[in-house]
Design a protein. Sequence first.
Length: 533
Amino acid sequence: MKTLLSTIGLLIITSLSYAQDAGDIIWEFQGPEDHCVCVSSFSDVDGDGYPDVVGIWGNSAYQGDHNLFCLSGPGDNGVPEVLWSAGPQGGASSSGGYGDQCLARYDDIDGDDIDEIILGTAWGGRCAFLINGVNGETRWVYDTYDNPPSGWCYSVEMIGDLDNDQLPDILAGFGSDADAAVALSGNSGSVIWSFGANDAVFSVSSIRTINYDPYPEAIIGCGDLYDDRVVCVNGGSSGNGDVIWEFSTEESVWDVEGFVDVDNDGLQDILAGSWSELVYCLSATDGDEIWSQSVNENVMEVKSGGDQDGDGIPEVLVASWANAVFSLDGATGMIYWVTPVGTHQGGDVWTLDNCPDVNGDGIDDVIAGSFDENVYMMSGSDGEILWQRPVGNRLKSVRAAGDLNGDGKCDVIAGTQYLYSGGGGRMFAISGGTATSIDDPKPSRPVEFSLHGNYPNPFNSSTNINFTLTYGGKVNLSIYNLAGQEVTVLHDGFLPEGVHSIRWNANDMPSGVYYVNLNHRGKTLTGKMTLVK
């Protein structure tokens, strides 16, 4: 089903072929409002073999119009086809979103091989939605006006099955006056539990269970004036969310993320970025600080990067108001590299993403969007700027998009806001790497996950296997011996998107070489491990 646009959005046509060099614009799209606040790669909705993309627009001045768009990934000579558009209805004015965490993918719920979409709205909307990925229709809505007090929905994320109905559920974080994190049924949107904060909830994430029940835990980032904390809430709660631990940050927490097992206790640890200028790595066990690192300005986003030093622990990427992107050692927080960006109109970096290797050095690279109106591709190894693309307005959201133009490299999508230059609210697709021969381009799926290896390796009795999922879904993690025989299955079930660390206790196994197989969405990655006793 495709929706006619009428006057909702205008296409800006650029005459391009598929032979783009790195940083060239593949296409751009003018949306209906001033701010394209969040973009995401998506399923292949139109069946052309290439990933498509979605974006949400938001501004209090435009209420009730279509603000959620699904666009063809490759486009056609600079023009992305609108596969569908929607204006999800809810709240006082059905308005759009706010922030780089208000849009997320959700597993295919009806077997059509197309994922669904989780959406949080702000302004007069103040809702959380589950959206049908095929046509943009609303599956359900959680409306804070019907569950007062109402509040902007800043952050949404898929979590594991909390209500035992065999479907993943959803976390949503709300600001004033709701000031809550809510766990919602993926099937119906009904409330499983609600955690009441003392002020806005800016970010929600999840980690695997720490109390050994079947349910993942929720990680909540609070902020504004009266509540500067990271809170771990028992995912198995009902009614009110039970606090397992909390950690004070002294300033607002704008982003929290699940991380790998840094302190070697067998549990997935946590990253948090605070407006106290600090990035924290916290123990999942009790919230104690493993390390912290100052980046000299407000932290907007923290994400797992590539394993730069080969220790099996991904590095940590940081977007901040310091007019720079940082890479921190995931094990210690030490600064590996800092890449300054321009200071035009501030140069704040609000958004970044990990990007599968485009420069061929074997390390994942980094995409960043700055208020200096440029999208940057940086080397994950040393922060060198591989290319930059001016887009005419401040950047609110950037993401790795998969291969959109058939050149075998990961491409980039970006969303801008209106400020001084006019014509804001655009979404861009940008070539990620130098084009190869594309006389007969082959469809390419997005890179959906990466295996960072295990730490330690070689190991004596136990080791942590670290990996990243770009999308949530079913994961099988199994160990094989040199004869190709399956030794054990470490995990076979749902995991949310993000970084993960699973421990293998090999006390009862003989010394030798073993292989780990990570299977997700029909693809398998393999790593080699050495057990020495």
